[in-house]
Design a protein around this ligand. Structure first.
Ligand code: ZN
Length: 143
């Protein structure tokens, strides 16, 4: 079932992430520190190495890919909601290699920042809580 709820724009944070930080963990830290539990994330920049996932729908499990090479973050798109009583960041990245080839996936811990410029749009709205979804095996919004 498709489910939507109305939310309202509140504030926007804009900044850059620390060299050598873990991309996903650093964004999560910002959300915890600034008490952001509903938002949209976009970013561009570069990684020293990347760790991204692909959800195998048949096996209902993530398969992970490791790239130990410099990559451009041509786009990061994500959202912030609630999981287990804490802000939870879900983000996907599109990356490009030194030949301009692009690929991407679900951002996992282990992606190390070279440089990253980030914008976080914060919204006012109901709580978007993540719970296990039996149909997909994913932890999705329930409301
Ligand atoms: Zn994902």
């Amino acid at each position: 079932m498709t489910r939507i709820q109305q939310i309202k724009p509140d504030r926007v944070f804009m900044g850059r992430l620390k060299y050598g930080s873990d991309l996903l963990e650093e964004i999560t830290e910002i959300c915890i520190k600034e008490r952001i539990d509903l938002g949209r994330i976009s970013a561009i920049g570069a990684l020293q190495k990347a760790h991204i996932g692909f959800y195998n729908q048949k096996a209902r499990a993530y398969e992970f890919l490791q790239f130990d090479q410099p990559l451009e973050i041509t786009n990061l798109a994500g959202n912030i909601s609630f999981r287990d009583g804490k802000p939870f960041v879900h983000a996907h990245v599109t990356l490009a290699d030194d030949r301009g080839n692009a690929f991407g996936g679900h951002l996992a811990p282990g992606s190390v920042v070279f440089a990253c410029e980030i914008m976080i749009d914060i919204f006012d709205g109901p709580v978007f809580e993540r719970m296990l979804d039996e149909e997909t095996g994913l932890v999705l919004w329930k409301f």
